[in-house]
Design a protein around this ligand. Structure first.
Ligand SMILES: Cc1cc2nc3c(=O)[nH]c(=O)nc-3n(C[C@H](O)[C@H](O)[C@H](O)COP(=O)(O)OP(=O)(O)OC[C@H]3O[C@@H](n4cnc5c(N)ncnc54)[C@H](O)[C@@H]3O)c2cc1C
Length: 349
């Protein structure tokens, strides 16, 4: 069964989120799809705790706080989020709509598509060992979907960031053997997690091996060991049932490049009136788009989203005259936003 809708937004980064608001003011509801299991794009994934200083009206705002504020702002327009699924296909149908298919098999039929895909979908950085990919999702995991499937197994966790340490800690007392392999003694993970894992090592509940995974062993089609060269150049063979590898995430333009849109290097060409791509009905806002003078800044994406929303309104309702209204004074906008027509005046000094 396809989900039928007016607009699908690909990407739940700051620009995709603000796009929901601009569409909502024009009575257009949106479904938002993101490959990540969390909302917020780069802000949430790459720098959640860092401050941003160039969002208009906010002298300083934390990246995650900005995402939370945007979620609060779009609440009246109740977007439907579809997370943890990458949009793979976008095809124009005979009736002018677009059929969208995601990696989890969800299907959408939509009149307009807005690509707010940033620098691409974030994918786990893979273990670069020839042939090891055959064990993916059987004995080699880049995401933990069901922690219990690793219980009672010889587990090796690879990496030194928060995900690696968090999952290593979760496996203490659950795995039959537990080893954390990291390439150096410098961890990116929270110091408290590193301290807790060090305690587990001291208590004999886990092992820590500093070195690089350079090979693996197999028997009868099963992954049986990882071959590690320590930072002291000593060779180790670690017996293993399951490998949980957390080497971080890297963005990949991925399937967007296959949708037949005109690209400029790795960005989608748009006009600066509607932010429409070379395919009418498909728009692109935020870091993913390209036009002369483009700057990959959040505030640029916000402006682009406003103009794309007006263009989509006109595309869907060509005979309707759309007036620009101020949220300050428009009674109909107050209704949409669920705010009072006569708010308390804002005090000025
Ligand atoms: C360390 C750092 C600091 C920064 N500081 C600032 C700053 O101070 N000020 C500023 O203005 N900007 C800053 N930026 C840049 C800013 O974060 C980006 O401009 C902004 O995130 C772009 O928003 P976006 O919504 O276009 O894309 P993104 O935030 O990249 O979000 C895009 C989303 O689309 C998803 N996606 C992509 N392809 C698909 C697909 N096929 N299917 C499903 N989902 C998909 C991705 O998973 C991602 O979640 C900074 C960036 C970094 C890395």
């Amino acid at each position: 069964m396809s989900i039928e809708t007016d607009v699908v937004i690909v990407g739940a980064g700051p620009c995709g989120l603000f796009q929901v608001f601009e569409l909502g003011l024009l009575d257009l509801r949106a479904h938002v799809i993101d490959a990540l299991p969390i909302i917020g794009g780069q802000c949430a994934e790459l720098y959640p705790d860092k401050p941003i200083y160039d969002i208009p009206g906010y002298p300083i705002v934390g990246a995650l706080q900005l995402v939370q504020n945007l979620l609060e702002q779009i609440k009246p327009f109740a977007p439907t989020f579809h997370l943890g699924q990458q949009v793979q296909e976008v095809q124009k149908q005979d009736d002018g709509r677009f059929r969208i298919v995601t990696s989890t098999g969800s299907e959408f039929l939509t009149k307009a598509v807005i690509i707010a895909g940033g620098v691409g979908a974030f994918q786990p950085v893979q273990l670069r060992l020839n042939g090891i990919e055959q064990y993916e999702d059987k004995q080699l995991f880049y995401r933990v979907r069901d922690p219990s499937q690793h219980h009672g197994k010889k587990v090796v966790v690879c990496g030194g960031g928060d995900s690696a340490l968090d999952w290593a800690l979760q496996m203490v007392d659950k795995a039959s053997e537990l080893t954390l392999i990291h390439r150096s003694a410098a961890f990116k993970a929270a110091p408290a997690s590193v301290a807790r894992f060090t305690e587990a090592v001291k208590a004999g509940k886990a092992k820590l091996l500093l070195g690089s995974v350079l090979g693996f062993g197999e028997t009868d089609g099963r992954l049986t060991s990882l071959h590690v060269t320590g930072i002291d150049q000593a060779k180790h063979v670690i017996n293993v049932d399951h490998v949980l590898a957390f080497y971080g995430l890297s963005p990949k333009l991925g399937p967007i490049a296959e949708w037949g849109l005109n690209l400029n290097k790795h960005q989608i060409e748009v006009d600066t009136e509607k932010f429409q791509t070379s395919t009418p009905g498909i728009y692109a806002v935020g870091d993913i788009n390209y036009y002369p003078g483009k700057k990959k800044l959040i505030l640029s994406g916000f402006h682009e989203g406003a103009l794309a929303a007006f263009a989509i309104k006109h595309q869907l309702f060509p005979n309707e005259k759309v007036q620009l209204q101020y949220t300050t004074t428009s009674t109909s906008m107050h209704k949409k936003l669920g705010v009072s027509d006569t708010p308390e005046p804002i005090a000025t000094n």
